[in-house]
Design a protein. Structure first.
Length: 106
């Protein structure tokens, strides 16, 4: 399995777990006549704390990856400024041509 498929699979898991947790919280609030609401609330709070911690870890990991990518890009641009400028100009011209072509066809 490639990195993109793994990332897509793992990025959806916290969302599914959060939706499940929210559904359980909604059920708990709706069913206030339960005999042990305090125990259920404590269990739900513990799961919510675990979810928050996991979300914080995912955020920190994503932030670190973005920062590392930005630093790598900065180093590459500083090492080869003229090549970077030529690539950026070429991409700009290509995008401009594609946009102009699209607006002409309307």
């Amino acid at each position: 399995m490639n990195h993109t498929a793994t990332a897509a699979r793992t990025s959806g898991a916290p969302t599914r777990k959060l939706k499940k947790l929210l559904a359980e919280a909604h059920t708990l609030v709706a069913d206030a006549s339960s005999e042990k609401p305090a125990d259920a609330i404590r269990a739900l709070q513990a799961r919510l704390a675990t979810g928050r911690a996991r979300l914080g870890e995912l955020y920190a990991g994503a932030r670190d990856k973005v920062t590392a990518g930005a630093k790598g890009t900065d180093e590459a641009i500083r090492a080869h400024p003229y090549r970077s400028l030529a690539i950026a100009a070429g991409l700009g011209m290509l995008l401009g041509a594609l946009i102009a072509r699209r607006s002409d066809s309307r």
